[in-house]
Design a protein around this ligand. Structure first.
Ligand code: ADP
Ligand code: ADP
Length: 232
C-alpha cells in the first residue's frame, strides 16, 4: 500500500504550490488513475512516489515505511516507469532495450533472451522484431516495448505518465486494452496519469481527480460516474 500523508510540494523556482495537503491511499493491485487538467499536479505526484522529486513536507509511505528510509536502488527496481515520450535507447536493439534492467543484467544470456521473447509475445510483437532498432517500429509498437521494459524486472508497482497521449486513436485504443489485460494477469499495482477523463474511466478501478494541486474527488469508477462532483 502507498500512502500520502499531508504532502506538500513547492518547486523552488515557482511561487505557486504544486501540491497542497495531499492525502491518498493506493491499495495493492489497484489500477489507480490520477486524472486532471494540465498543471494540476499529476506528474509531480507520480514522481514523488519513486523519489524522482522530493516533497517539501508530509510523508509518503510504502507498506508503512517512509520511502526516504528505503534503499533507492532497491525501491526503483520494484517500480516500473513508462513515459509519454517513449524514450527507448535509439542505438540499442529492441531486445537490448528490454533487457537493460539492472536486475536482468545479472541473468544469464539465455535467461535474458527468453524473458525478452516472452515479453514480446505477451504484448503481441513478433519475436523477429527483437533485432530491430526502435526507429524501425511504429509509435504504438515502440510504446509496447516501453511497457515491457517497465515490466521486465517484475515490479510491484508500475507508474505510467500519459503513456498513450502521443499515439493515434487506434493505437491508443489497442494499448489501453493491452494494459487492462496486463493488469489482470499480473495483479501488480498500476498508477496511471492522464488528462483524459474517458481514458481514466476506461482504465481505472480507483480514480483520483486532481485540480490545482488538490484532490477534487476520489472514488471507484462507479462512484465517479454516478456522483460526479468534478467540474473537469
Ligand atoms: P500535471 O502533471 O498535472 O500537468 P505537474 O505536476 O507537471 O502537473 O505540475 C504541477 C504544477 O507544478 C504546475 O503549476 C507546474 O507548472 C509546476 N511545476 C512542475 N514541474 C516544475 C518544475 N520543475 N519547476 C517549477 N514548477 C514546476
Ligand atoms: P504507424 O502507422 O503505427 O506509425 P508505421 O506505418 O510506422 O505504423 O509502421 C507500420 C509497420 O511497418 C509496423 O509494423 C512497423 O514495425 C513497420 N515499420 C515501420 N518502419 C519500419 C522500418 N524503417 N523498417 C522496418 N519496418 C518498419
Amino acid at each position: 500500500m502507498i500512502e500520502f500523508k499531508n504532502v506538500y510540494k513547492k518547486y523552488e523556482n515557482n511561487e505557486n504550490t504544486a501540491i497542497s495537503d495531499l492525502n491518498l491511499q493506493i491499495n495493492d493491485g489497484d489500477f489507480f488513475v490520477l486524472v486532471g487538467p494540465s498543471g494540476s499536479g499529476k506528474t509531480t505526484t507520480l514522481k514523488m512516489i519513486n523519489r524522482l522529486i522530493k516533497q517539501t513536507s508530509g510523508e509518503i509511505l510504502i507498506d508503512g515505511q517512509n520511502i526516504e528510509n528505503l534503499n533507492l536502488q532497491e525501491m526503483r527496481l520494484k517500480m516500473g516507469y513508462v513515459l509519454q515520450n517513449i524514450a527507448l535507447f535509439p542505438n540499442m536493439t529492441i531486445e537490448e532495450n528490454i533487457t537493460i534492467q539492472p536486475e536482468s543484467l545479472k541473468w544469464s544470456r539465455e535467461k535474458r533472451h527468453k524473458s525478452a521473447m516472452d515479453l514480446l509475445d505477451k504484448v503481441g510483437i513478433p519475436q523477429e522484431y527483437a533485432k530491430r532498432f526502435p526507429r524501425e517500429l511504429s509509435g504504438g509498437e515502440q510504446q509496447r516495448v516501453g511497457i515491457i521494459r517497465a515490466l521486465a524486472s517484475n515490479p510491484k508497482i508500475v507508474l505510467m505518465d500519459e503513456p498513450f497521449s502521443a499515439l493515434d486513436p487506434i493505437s491508443r485504443n489497442q494499448l489501453q486494452e493491452l494494459v487492462l489485460k496486463l493488469h489482470q494477469e499480473m495483479k501488480t499495482t498500476f498508477i496511471f496519469v492522464t488528462h483524459d477523463m474517458n481514458e481514466a474511466l476506461r482504465l481505472g478501478n480507483t480514480i483520483a481527480i486532481m485540480r490545482m494541486g488538490h484532490l477534487e474527488q476520489i472514488g471507484t469508477r462507479d462512484e465517479i460516474i454516478h456522483n460526479p462532483k468534478n467540474s473537469f
